[in-house]
Design a protein around this ligand. Sequence first.
Ligand SMILES: Cc1cc2nc3c(=O)[nH]c(=O)nc-3n(C[C@H](O)[C@H](O)[C@H](O)COP(=O)(O)OP(=O)(O)OC[C@H]3O[C@@H](n4cnc5c(N)ncnc54)[C@H](O)[C@@H]3O)c2cc1C
Length: 521
Amino acid sequence: MSKKVDVDVAIMGSGVAGLGAAYKLVNAGVTNVAIFEKYPAQGGAVSNCPMCFCATPDTPEAQKSAFDVLARFSNYTANLGLVSKVVKYSSELPDLVLNKLNIQAPMVVNREPADYGNQRGYTMGHANGLDVGDIYFINGRGQGHAFALVCLRLRRMLEKEGVQFYFRTPIKKIIRDSASGKVTGAIAYDEDGEEIDISCKALIVASGGISSNMEMMKEEGVLHTKFEDVYRDGSGAQVIVMFPDSCQDGDGQKAVWEVGGKKTGIVISACPQVPNPGVLVGPNTPWLGASQIQLFADCPYLRVNELGKRFINEEMANNHTAISSSLSLNCPNMCCYLIFDEDTADFMNKHGVEEGYAYFIFAGATVQNIRDQIDHAIALGNKHMCHFDTIHEVCEYMGIDEAGLKKTLEKYNKAAVTGIDEEFKKNPKYIKPVKEESGHIYCFRLFAGGYDTMGGLAIDDNANVVDAEDYPIEGLYAGGDIATASLYGNPPANAGGTVFGSMTTGMIAGDSAAAYVKGEA
Ligand SMILES: Cc1cc2nc3c(=O)[nH]c(=O)nc-3n(C[C@H](O)[C@H](O)[C@H](O)COP(=O)(O)OP(=O)(O)OC[C@H]3O[C@@H](n4cnc5c(N)ncnc54)[C@H](O)[C@@H]3O)c2cc1C
């Protein structure tokens, strides 16, 4: 006989979205709540990582500016009622994190509402358009695991209120009553594979992305590259910086689609990467550099696709989501080639990274012996970088169309002289010519890497999952990275997973589910 759990609200996933939902339920007096988590611990396979979060202050100017920026950012394809609520709920985050959970923020970057949406580089973790408030850098544990502490303290706070946590217990199926159309339960499996029948008045799905599930990423069109290996969980090359054995398997998306939930586009979020080995430290801090190679990935130097063609103004190099989105959506095999010559290597050696393009490092950091660092990575087995005397050798090794690249270089090197980039309008100060006469040519293959995938489920302004006709499915809610197409646009291209969007949609789901189970909706 299967085990039974009877609760008011069941939550699938204990990342920031699931925990945010439980926090709101408890605040609304709904404490008969159970969180089912596939991983052995709370926090989400990815949500241990964030160093900082964004929160829009609760002032009319700030709220209006953030709302306008996000609406424009989504080309008005987001659910704008949801956008408005997310902006409002985000203003509660500092009080929750700093006061209620007693976590320090040694650095807070206060931004003027008029400036929202204008910051190109790395802001709250993600780029352009999403810098819609103040950015709080918080103290955490270990190297960059700031939000782990938030999640741990939140779990303890919730347990004291009576919320039950079931770890290593994935929900796989949702029960929707065919007569009433309401969601009334779910099926989970415990560590021993025993079925658990969950009976609930409402279910909140907050199970994150699908980046551990290669097959699903291919089926959903997220992955379309001959270099599949660099996306394989646990592979040495991994360019999606999640934890090994994370549970980003798409169970939530599949279960909701099965009961009639509307499907949205899914994309990889942010952070273009030169794959390992020899580039990043791993596996538990995969965002930290093992060499200085990744520094080049943020610099505004020439990038071409496999056809040898440019595809973006490289000034966007440190707008991680812009580069990743254009690689995913517009470049063959989801990759590009960063190419520079000996003069540029020399510039990086003497002057350091371009001002404004420093990410995770100090401005002015210089790059010493890049050739040795590349050789070291190649000796470790890296196949995504090279250096040769000629363009021909680079093209042959990397598989770039040589005629295409030579045409591009002709135009690009001319633009370096005239200062006018006819094609992509790049600021001339960043147009560094690429010439064999400099002595040497360097090349890195960059992929649309990221932190997770975004999207899959459509929700309304109450974080209610909607059906194909955009009507809410009673008793079914969703929040977090899984629901970002309703917040940033469908597909949520150029958006990144954030606490700002994921915790708040979870909180909205919690408030809405509380009202629903109390009969106040
Ligand atoms: C390296 C890195 C750095 C980042 N930095 C920042 C930053 O600085 N600032 C910022 O704002 N954001 C940052 N982000 C993004 C942020 O972490 C995410 O947007 C956010 O954590 C997503 O939360 P979530 O709850 O939607 O999903 P997740 O955190 O992915 O949680 C989903 C949970 O559901 C569980 N689950 C999956 N399937 C099931 C199932 N069948 N049953 C039950 N449970 C299931 C998973 O195990 C997981 O615990 C970063 C992300 C990464 C990876």
